[in-house]
Every structure is written in structure tokens, then in C-alpha cells.
Write a protein that binds this ligand. Structure first.
Ligand code: GLA
Length: 609
């Protein structure tokens, strides 16, 4: 199971062993605390020490009791193209919970909850945050009892779950990460960010600047061939892009979303000369090469399905429900995983591939496995997640230098379990810069900026039809892994120049963005001025980002108050050379120009004198 790791002896673990003397179920609880971070993790291991089989029906990972109900429950709900929308509600008597029953952590609710004291803000007040390192069905619930006390539970969703333990067998529940601060939601998030950067993400890419990439999806969808991709690479190279990612559509006979998942061999009708020739040509343009996979899926129209119709999840005598015209592979089966591993290993090891996008584009239905006996069918949801983790583990070990990016219909599996294997996750299929303000804001509650896949895309935006300035799209995507997802050949010369200078700007800020401290300065759900900043770890510099959502010609001067600076220091704004004191920036605020124009964006870089 993915979990936090401690490479430098920064943590201590308390192990509590309990025994139910009636059933002989032994439960070990593991509490780990970290020296330099106000974080505690907990997970449980249940062992059957009896001489008969037993069935687990509920195994939560964390359980906390509070002697009051004076909290607001903050959580992140959503749907496709609108992931991680922040919402909050005061606790009330009874059970309030968020859950996934879809087989993955899902677009609908992120496995994250914060209980914040009434009146706590972004900057002040007590907050308890909990996040599960798990990518499957989960439940996080707060129950307020008749004495006004609150119990918070987080773990695998008991719905559709049982686990049979034979004598001496054990079951390990996922790890829950808990954060406490009395400095508000902003500090809670920064603690999660530091924890995940230091103890969760294990890719060697964690501390390395990520390549600026151009992705073929919104640039061409399924309509590409080798020449078109090389033309993208040629144009991208002139602008300073590092990598071309060939998204969906390169394998089997896939020309739309109706076929070929599971047939992971190159469509040579499309890519004439095969993959190695394409990669050579892309490399010759000076770009690295990345590729897209959806390993857990199978199309009914595929050689794999024709050969092994029982390899997808299914329930006898029931028809399978296709979603996006595809079924889900039975990841609980080792032979299925071995087949997918072998197919992908062949392509990746025989070609110069620097990056893999790992997608997952539907939820689980008809959740049954052909190999398990009836009494173990309710294990399938969890076994599926374990199977996926096993496959991912094999890949990250086989190809330690490949940059993996996770994805699930956009941000449907944006969770700490996935972050353990891949240092970045595509945030959302909604690439509209204005919607992204809110999606990235919500994502930042639990996850670092370095994890957020974000690209500049075309206008009118393909998901919303909205038109935003290229500069604004750049500012928003820079608070993420940064790249492009549009047909660069269609840009005007002026726009190409702008892209070139955008990439130059991004490279200047990349180390700060990846490693700095992230502050949400306004709430884009409430304010028309969306502002956020990233402060260097020694307060030596700060990058302030602002996007104006007002659409009326507002000629008043808006001031954005910065945070986390050294009040007594002087900071020079790099574009104008103007000097501001830290105190002035924090208490007075940075005055924004009173200008017209929709969706204007501003970016200011201040360096301490
Ligand atoms: C999902 C992803 C997209 C793209 C498509 C390809 O929707 O989120 O980025 O890769 O699949 O089918």
C-alpha cells in the first residue's frame, strides 16, 4: 500500500496491539508522528488469530474523537470538468459523510476533509485536516452524538466491501494523513504540501524541474499521423518546448474512443515507419517524447477482448454496461496485469520514451471477478485498487527515470495514492483558465502545486467556449506543471512570440513554483479578484499572480495583500524596479492597475533587497 515514507529517521511510530477476545481478531494500530511537521498518520492491520475464517465488514483507517461539535466540515466535491469545488457546512447532529462508491476516489468527492473551528479562516484558527492515501471507494464521516461530541472516521467505504480472513491472515487498511494547525486553512495546506513533497512522492522527478510539454489531445484529438506530430514538434522546438506527448489514438486501430483499448501496439497506418522512427524524428527536432496509456481498460472492439472476454470485470448472467464505449479490466487477476505489463513493457523498453500519461476514463460497474469464489466477490473493489497499485509499482521500478503523469477523465483520481506513484496528475479535462482558477484553488487544499497538471489551451476554450487572453492562460497554467495543449501551428506570429516569452518566464520561476510556499490570497468562489502567491522558503522572493474576473469596466484600484513575507525587509518588483516594504505589501497591498479588459492577469515577481 502506498504510504508516507521516512528516509531520514524523521519519524517515530507507536504500535498499539488490541485483541477482541470473543472473535480473536487482533487489531494493530500504527500512529506515526514526524519531527518537523505537525502531521500524524494512522493505519490499522487486522489479523485473524482464531482458527476459523472471519469476515471484515468495516475497517476504518483513522478514528478521532473531539469533545465538541463546534466545527465546519470543509470538503471538495465535484464532477467531470469541475473537480474539487470547495464547500463547507457546520457540523450538525447525526452523520455527515462524503464517499465514493465508484471504484476510484472519483470526481465526485476527494478523499479529503478538514474540520475547522467556527470562525477559523485562511489565516487563523484551529483546523484538523485528514486525507486518505487511497484511490478506491472511501468514506470520511463525522458523527455528532447526543453529548455534542464529534467522531471523525476515514477509511475504505464499507458499502460493497467485505474481506475474508482465513486463520493467520492479515488485512492492511490504507494510511490516513492528519494535519493539525491553529493557523488556518492556508497553513493546513502548506503542511500537506510539504509532507507530500518530502514523504509521499517518491519519483526522482519530485525535485527536478519538469519539462514544458506540448500534448496532442486538444491539439488534434484522434486526428493525427506521424507527420502532424513532427510538425507540432518542429513548431514547439522553436518556442522552447521540451517534450511532445502523443496522447490517445496511437494504438490498435483506434480512430475514435470506440476501439482498441488493451491492444497496446502501434497503429502503423497512422504512424508510418512505427514508433521508433517517429521518436527519432521528434528527438531530432530537439524534443523528448511522451506517450499515453489507459492500462486498466479494455474496448469490446479489441483483439484482447475477443481473445479473453472474461478478462473484464463482470457478473455472471448480467450484461456489462459500457461507459465511454469501454469496459474495465479485472485488475484483481495477476495474469491480466502480467499481460498488460508485458505489452506496455515491450513498447516502452524498445523505444526512447521519457514520459507516460496513465489514464483511467470510466468508473467501475458490474464489479465481479471470474476467479474469485462468491464469498470473496465483495473484495473486488479493493483488490482492483491493489492490482492497479501493483502494476504501477512494477512500472515505476522498471522505468525509474520516466516521468509518470496520472489522469482520470481529467482529475477523477487526484489522490495521495496516485501521487505516491506519479509526481504529477492532470487536474481536470476543463482547461478553461477561469474555471481552472477554482479547480486549482480547490486542489491546493490538499495537494502541492508541483502535482497539478496544467496546460495552456486554445480559445474559444473547447470545454466552455470562453475566450481568455493568452497571457492569462499562461499565468494560470504556470501554477502547475505547465505545458501547452493546442495546435501551435494555428497561432499567429505574435502569439508564437508570446509563447516563447511565456516559457522563458516559466523557467525563471519554475524552482520557486515547485518548491515554494503556496498562499491562497483570495477565494475565487467569492471574489472577482483571484490572487495567489508563491513565497520562497526563506522569504527571499515571491511570485504574485492575479486574475481579474470582473466583467464590468471597473476603474477602481484593487489592492492585493500579500502574505508570508518578511515585514521588515524591502522587496524589489523586478519588472519596474520599484521597492516596497514587506509590511506595505502585506498590510497595504499591491495596487493593481485600473484597466479595462476581460479576464486580465498580472504577475509580479518581488525579490528581497
Ligand atoms: C481523458 C483525459 C484527456 C485525454 C483523453 C484521451 O479524458 O483526461 O486528457 O487524455 O482522455 O482519450
Amino acid at each position: 500500500m502506498p504510504s508516507l515514507r521516512d528516509e531520514n529517521g524523521d519519524s517515530e511510530t507507536l504500535e498499539v496491539t488490541t485483541l477482541d477476545q470473543t472473535t480473536n481478531a487482533e487489531v494493530k494500530l500504527y500512529y506515526t508522528v514526524y519531527k518537523d511537521l505537525p502531521v500524524m498518520t494512522r493505519h490499522a492491520v487486522v489479523t485473524n488469530t482464531s482458527d476459523r475464517a472471519m469476515e471484515l465488514e468495516r475497517v476504518f483507517s483513522a478514528c478521532f474523537d473531539f469533545n465538541t461539535m463546534d466545527y465546519d466540515m470543509v470538503h471538495l466535491y465535484g464532477k467531470w470538468a469541475k473537480e474539487r469545488t470547495v464547500t463547507e457546512r457546520p457540523l450538525c447532529h447525526g452523520i455527515q459523510s462524503i464517499q465514493s462508491k465508484r471504484g476510484s476516489s472519483s470526481h465526485n468527492h476527494n478523499p479529503f476533509v478538514a474540520l475547522k473551528a467556527h470562525g477559523a479562516t485562511e489565516e487563523n484558527g484551529e483546523v484538523y485536516g485528514v486525507n486518505l492515501i487511497y484511490s478506491g471507494n472511501f468514506s470520511i464521516e463525522a458523527e455528532v452524538d447526543c453529548l455534542n461530541a464529534t467522531r471523525l472516521l476515514a477509511g475504505i467505504n464499507p458499502t460493497d466491501f467485505t474481506w475474508r480472513l482465513e486463520p493467520n491472515e492479515s488485512f492492511t487498511a490504507p494510511e490516513a494523513v492528519m494535519v493539525y494547525t491553529d493557523k488556518g486553512l492556508g497553513e493546513m495546506s502548506r503542511i500537506f504540501h510539504r509532507t507530500y513533497m518530502k514523504h509521499l512522492i517518491k519519483s526522482p522527478w519530485r525535485d527536478v524541474e519538469r519539462p514544458v510539454l506540448i500534448n496532442s489531445w486538444e491539439a488534434a484529438y484522434f486526428d493525427f499521423d506521424d507527420d502532424k506530430l513532427v510538425a507540432f514538434a518542429h513548431e514547439a522546438a522553436k518556442m522552447g518546448v521540451d517534450m511532445l506527448v502523443m496522447d490517445d489514438g496511437w494504438f490498435g486501430h483506434r480512430e475514435s474512443d470506440d476501439s482498441s483499448l488493451g491492444d497496446w501496439y502501434v497503429n502503423e497506418k497512422k504512424l508510418k515507419g512505427g514508433l521508433s522512427s517517429l521518436i527519432e524524428r521528434v528527438n531530432a527536432e530537439g524534443l523528448k517524447f511522451g506517450i499515453w496509456y489507459e492500462p486498466e481498460m479494455i474496448s469490446p472492439d479489441s483483439d484482447l477482448y475477443r481473445a479473453h472476454p472474461d478478462w473484464c470485470l463482470h457478473v455472471p448472467n448480467r450484461e456489462n454496461s459500457p461507459a465511454r464505449l469501454q469496459y474495465v479490466l479485472d485488475m484483481t487477476r495477476k495474469n491480466v496485469r502480467d499481460n498488460i505489463f508485458a505489452q506496455m513493457y515491450k513498447v516502452i523498453s524498445e523505444n526512447k520514451i521519457d514520459y507516460v500519461k496513465w489514464d483511467f476514463n470510466r468508473n467501475l460497474t458490474e464489479v465481479g471477478s471470474a476467479l474469485l469464489p462468491p464469498e470473496r466477490q465483495k473484495e473486488v473493489m479493493h483488490r482492483f485498487v491493489l492490482g492497479t497499485y501493483d502494476l504501477m509499482d512494477r512500472f515505476v521500478k522498471a522505468f525509474p527515470n520516466i516521468l509518470f503523469e496520472n489522469c482520470s477523465g481529467g482529475g477523477g483520481r487526484f489522490d495521495a495514492g496516485m501521487l505516491y506513484y506519479s509526481p504529477q496528475i492532470w487536474c481536470s479535462d476543463n482547461s478553461d483558465a477561469i474555471d481552472r482558477l477554482r479547480i486549482q484553488y480547490g486542489t491546493s487544499f490538499g495537494y502541492p502545486v508541483s502535482a497539478m497538471g496544467a496546460h495552456v489551451s486554445a480559445v474559444p476554450n473547447h470545454q466552455t467556449g470562453r475566450i481568455t487572453p493568452l497571457h492569462t492562460r499562461g499565468v494560470v497554467a504556470m501554477s502547475g506543471t505547465f505545458g501547452y495543449e493546442l495546435d501551435l501551428l494555428k497561432l499567429t506570429e505574435e502569439e508564437k512570440d508570446e509563447v516563447r516569452s511565456q516559457i522563458g518566464e516559466f523557467r525563471k520561476y519554475a524552482p520557486l513554483i515547485q518548491n515554494g510556499r503556496y498562499y491562497r490570497l483570495t477565494d475565487p468562489f467569492k471574489s472577482e479578484v483571484c490572487a495567489w502567491e508563491i513565497v520562497g522558503n526563506s522569504q527571499e522572493e515571491v511570485l504574485l499572480n492575479v486574475v481579474m474576473e470582473e466583467i464590468h469596466g471597473n476603474m477602481t484600484v484593487n489592492y492585493v495583500q500579500l502574505r508570508g513575507l518578511d515585514e521588515s525587509a524591502l522587496y524589489k518588483e523586478q519588472a519596474t524596479g520599484r521597492i516596497y516594504s514587506g509590511a506595505a505589501l502585506m498590510h497595504g497591498g499591491m495596487p493593481l492597475p485600473a484597466e479595462f479588459g476581460e479576464y486580465r492577469a498580472y504577475q509580479y515577481h518581488f525579490v528581497r533587497e
